[in-house]
Write a protein that binds this ligand. Structure first.
Ligand SMILES: CC(C)(C)[C@H](NC(=O)Nc1cc(F)cc(F)c1)C(=O)N(CC(=O)NO)CC1CCCC1
Ligand SMILES: [Zn+2]
Length: 185
């Protein structure tokens, strides 16, 4: 099973690279890896398992974070409208996005970053993501608010982008103009 020891921390080159497309249909190995990534995210949110295996609770994980430069991400979370999302995705691609931006008022963190980095992270408020699921079906996900933020954070990892790369250094704590907090969408 994946534990914190397997999670690569910032500074490691793999987190700065553009990850490779996964050839589909996925190999048994890629499928197994993505299943383990999804298992990690689910386990990390289970109090007992998180304590037992010392897992930092997470809502998403990208393959580069376990040292694998492949376009695979796993997400498991409930958004502010109590909607549940639980996916292992191959080759996720943002097909379109709103001009309007959103953000988390408390900023973001990252399982690969062991420090607080204060600042608002502007994200597209609405995105459409195309991907192939762990089960092998092609999906088109229309996401907004928190769900859009999580997917953008994870897809960024596939392009070597960290959340703090988006923070406005001049005024890190100022929400971008015409942006709406993710708690209001
Ligand atoms: C880095 C961390 C603070 C752990 C962040 N969690 C989080 O934002 N909230 C959270 C975690 C839970 F488990 C249950 C819950 F309800 C809320 C997170 O998992 N990530 C994933 C990550 O680092 N992926 O690479 C960072 C998030 C920041 C915005 C989107 C993902
Ligand atoms: Zn992250």
């Amino acid at each position: 099973m994946i534990t914190m020891e397997d999670i690569v921390k910032e500074g490691h080159d793999v987190l700065k690279q553009k990850a490779d497309e996964v050839s589909l249909p996925p190999s048994k190995e890629d499928q197994d890896t993505l299943a383990q990534m999804l298992e990690y995210v689910k386990n990390s949110q289970d109090e007992k398992l998180a304590d037992k295996f010392n897992l930092r609770p997470g809502v998403g994980l990208a393959a580069p974070q376990i040292g694998l430069s492949k376009r695979m991400i796993a997400v498991h979370f409930t958004d502010f409208n109590e909607r549940e999302y639980s996916y292992g995705l191959f080759n996720p691609k943002i097909m379109s996005h709103s001009v309007e931006e959103t953000y988390l008022p408390d900023g973001e963190g990252c399982l690969s970053v062991d420090r607080e980095v204060p600042g608002i992270v502007p994200r597209y408020a609405r995105i459409t993501v195309k991907a192939t699921t762990l089960e092998g079906e092609e999906v088109k996900l229309r996401l907004k608010g928190y769900a859009a933020i999580v997917l953008q954070h994870e897809i960024d990892h596939l392009n070597g982008v960290m959340f703090y790369d988006h923070i406005n250094q001049q005024s890190p704590l100022t929400p971008p103009a015409n942006a709406i907090s993710a708690e209001e969408i």
